[in-house]
Design a protein around this ligand. Structure first.
Ligand code: PMP
Length: 345
């Protein structure tokens, strides 16, 4: 039999790459997007869920019927819920109340128990999704807390899979790697592998306006004035994750909600790739970087597209949501012309 797997977990990894032809056509380099939405859980997080859970099994930490606990903005939760079903574990997730209802519905569809916690409280507050997950892990026997922000296996998952795949897919010709950083695991693990192969590869992290990561990389200090609420889910942070290897990253660019939102929709309209909000963010990061650091036609740039747009249909792909945010200024997004809907009565 060919292309047949024992269960859904066999499809994790080996995500395809596709060339961007329109949305970055002013940049002379070859630009390839690695489509992590082709994982069975539709995001890059399948890789870490499988790796961390299987590593815990190898270490004898999980007995039959165990419970897997995590904090998540959605994608990691979906991946853990998926792995838990196949392996016979229970899954408990604590999420921020910034998370859209449909993301929570996805988690529940895969059998997860979901705790919804306030986003705008400090991490050390007992109501924060970190503290809730920690407490549940302490109270639940035969459980593990994935703790993706502080778990070095998060980096290792990408060091063992995403990095080698990028090297193989580009036949070692990659010159630049861009990814949005949330936990930092995707970029750190991939970068570590790729820089061991070729230390000249430039690694660029894309941070959110409202997050502390870019300033911390540049100064080694946390600047609290950087912190403000923002809309992009899954990237940027108000603490320093241990899964982010700052020394593997050459530079950060910071993108705002509005430009990332336009770019997300532009990628769907021009490349027919419907990505999540951070897909727009990583392309916006590339555009901003290219304005300061010109590329040439021998450069081969890889962008990680972390997840699929279906989870953002009531957010960045909703005209109403865009208008509510005041995101109405971009010519590509002339709402009356591009997003016209006709009702035949
Ligand atoms: N984009 C999305 C949509 C995500 O959910 C995440 C993970 N938080 C990222 C980007 C960033 O990936 P990482 O945590 O590996 O830095």
């Amino acid at each position: 039999m060919n292309n047949v797997f024992d269960n859904i977990l066999g499809l994790i990894g080996e995500s395809p790459m596709v060339r961007l032809n329109e949305v970055t056509k002013d940049i002379p380099a070859t630009i390839l997007a690695k489509l992590e939405s082709f994982n069975p859980g539709h995001s890059t997080k399948d890789r870490i869920a499988l790796h961390i859970i299987e590593q815990a099994e190898r270490m004898g930490l999980l007995k039959p019927g165990a419970t897997i606990i995590e904090t998540t903005s959605g994608n990691t939760g979906y991946s853990i819920a998926m792995v838990s079903i196949i392996k016979g574990y229970k899954c408990i997730l604590s999420v921020s109340d910034k998370t859209k209802a449909e993301k929570i519905a996805y988690l529940k569809a895969l059998g997860a128990v979901v705790y919804i916690c306030p986003a705008n409280v400090p991490a050390e507050d007992p109501r924060s999704y970190y503290e809730v997950a920690k407490r549940l892990a302490e109270e639940t026997p035969n459980s593990i807390y994935i703790n993706q922000y502080f778990n070095e296996l998060n980096i290792e998952a990408h060091y063992q899979t995403t990095g080698p795949e990028i090297w193989k897919q580009t036949e070692g010709k990659v010159t630049h790697l861009f990814a949005c950083t949330g936990t930092g695991g995707t970029l750190s693990g991939s970068a570590k592998f790729l820089k061991e192969k070729n230390p000249d590869i430039k690694v660029i992290g894309v941070d959110a306006d409202g997050s502390i990561l870019k300033t911390f990389h540049e100064t080694g200090e946390i600047d609290k004035s950087d912190i403000h609420p923002y809309q992009i889910e899954g990237m940027g942070k108000n603490l320093i994750p241990k899964a982010l290897l700052f020394d593997q990253i050459d530079e950060f660019v910071r993108v705002n909600d509005e430009l990332a939102a336009y770019k997300t929709r532009e990628i769907a309209l021009k490349e027919a790739i419907m990505g999540g909000y951070t897909t727009g963010a990583v392309v916006q990061g590339l555009v901003q970087y290219a304005a300061e650091n010109p590329f040439n036609d021998t450069d081969l740039v890889v962008l990680i597209f972390p997840d699929h747009g279906s989870r953002y249909i009531t957010k960045v792909y909703s005209d109403e949501w865009m208008k509510e945010q005041g995101f109405t200024n971009n010519l590509v997004h002339n709402y009356d012309e591009v997003f016209k809907t006709e009702h035949i009565k």
